[in-house]
Design a protein around this ligand. Sequence first.
Ligand code: SF4
Ligand code: SF4
Length: 135
Amino acid sequence: MSAPKTPGQDCLQCGRCCERWGWGQKGIAEDLVPWLESDRQDILRHVTIYLADGMKISGAALSIDDLPKIARIRYWQDPDGKELRYCPFFWRSDDGRSWCRIHDVKPRVCREFTPWNWKNLEYYGSCPACRDKAP
Ligand code: SF4
Ligand code: SF4
């Protein structure tokens, strides 16, 4: 387990980004490949898949051959298919620091969350690492 964001950046592990934006996000098919190849059912069962024919399925029911049929991917759901309004992989330790239980294989939307590089005020204003860097 490791920090929500990539070590070496300016993340303070406050966890606000994961709590606020760690759900209701779109995925890409490339996110699913390592999970399918490693049979990460613990992750796949939390992924909502919409197929091109309109069917909605769980990532747990997906195979590599189904990837071209995917129209949309959404994070996250409970194993019964109900949309979650939190990330099931977020964890806060007793010292208050936040952690990602799937850090090594987290989806691109999480890997590329680097608000200190952006001009988007909604993200930038909520990240203490960004505020500390503000002039
Ligand atoms: S809000 Fe900023 S400092 Fe807090 S965990 Fe996210 S990236 Fe790190
Ligand atoms: S998968 Fe990890 S980095 Fe992404 S929202 Fe959840 S805890 Fe945060």
